[in-house]
Write a protein of this length. Structure first.
Length: 320
């Protein structure tokens, strides 16, 4: 058999083997995506309830502090109250009150530990470099908490300020597994390592699309402090012991941990979706390549047979 035919056969066999691998990886990613989507959906419901509970307790605490100060709430002064300043000093104030001057910003960046996930890693890194450049222009120091070896290797290679790194987070992370990560991030903020903390990750929209997000986690800014309960001085329908502020002092760090864990879980979901899409595309391309190579092989065989028949006919005619 001519060398060209052997080469085509070897290449077809190689591509078929590759397509089997990518198809298996697609199925694995699809299974992991299903697991993380279910966990993410359930966690979002929990997080929403936690957000509502903390917001209502904060509103109740505002009312208590204002009543102790004999502050009279009226329709005219409701909107002028700085609810954050009501709490004074302590863990509650530390978690929700912005620093007077933002000199450094912490970025908890979530990437993967491997490739073969399409543009998942490169997109996060590209967006982060843009954010870091903006910080330089504004005279702020960027400090990176890197989750995932792809990001860690890139940031260290480019001599960026990596203050914390964690590799090898499981494909379906649990809250217990990520607790050291989120606790360290919060502790660094409270100790003044940075003045703000953002979580930068890929948000999972659906199996085919995702979007980069940079969400401020600390200080906590998305609580509905001063909501209807506070503005109308209504009694919150909670029985709290020993008191609201003591509960909030424990609940606010837990709320921050929940928010950060939710972002990590969301990022892992997006990673599996990106991997599934990339492997599906690779499998389809491999099958298309096999079809194209098979066509070339058949044409080469046909040409070889035609040549052999021509030689036989020519030889027979020469003997007559």
């Amino acid at each position: 058999m001519p060398a060209s035919l052997l080469e085509l056969k070897k290449r077809i066999a190689s591509v078929k083997q590759t397509s089997k691998i990518t198809e298996a990886m697609h199925m694995v990613s699809a299974a992991k995506l299903n697991q993380t989507e279910k966990r993410d959906k359930g966690y979002q419901e929990y997080n929403q309830l936690l957000h509502q509970t903390v917001s209502r307790l904060m509103s109740a605490s505002v009312v208590n502090h204002l009543n102790k100060a004999n502050y009279k709430l009226t329709q005219d002064n409701i909107d002028s109250i700085d609810y954050i300043d009501v709490f004074g000093m302590g863990i509650i104030s530390d978690m929700i009150k912005p620093r007077k001057e933002v000199r450094s910003v912490g970025y908890l960046v979530v990437t993967g530990d491997r490739g073969l996930v399409g543009s998942y890693n490169s997109s996060v890194i590209k967006q982060m470099m843009s954010i870091i450049e903006d910080d330089k222009v504004q005279g702020r120091e960027s400090k990176i908490l890197s989750i995932g070896s792809v990001g860690s290797q890139f940031f260290k290679k480019n001599n960026l300020n990596v203050v914390y790194e964690k590799n090898g987070v499981s494909d379906v992370p649990t809250f217990k597994e990520t607790l050291p990560i989120v606790s360290t991030a919060i502790k660094m903020y409270l100790n003044g390592v940075y003045d703000e903390l953002y979580v930068c990750y890929t948000h999972h929209v659906n199996s085919l699309s995702s979007a980069f997000r940079a969400e401020k986690m600390l200080p906590i800014v998305d609580l509905d402090i001063g909501t209807v309960e506070a503005k109308e001085s209504k009694k919150i329908e909670f029985e709290v012991a020993p008191d609201i502020d003591s509960v909030l002092a424990t609940l606010l760090p837990q709320f921050a941990r929940a928010e950060i864990y939710g972002a990590i879980l969301d990022a892992k979901t997006a990673e599996h979706a990106s991997s599934m899409t990339a492997m599906k595309s690779a499998t389809d391309n491999a099958k298309d390549l096999v079809s194209s190579l098979s066509l070339q092989l058949n044409r080469a065989r046909q040409a070889q047979i035609t040549t052999e028949l021509t030689e036989i006919v020519s030889g027979a005619n020469a003997l007559e």
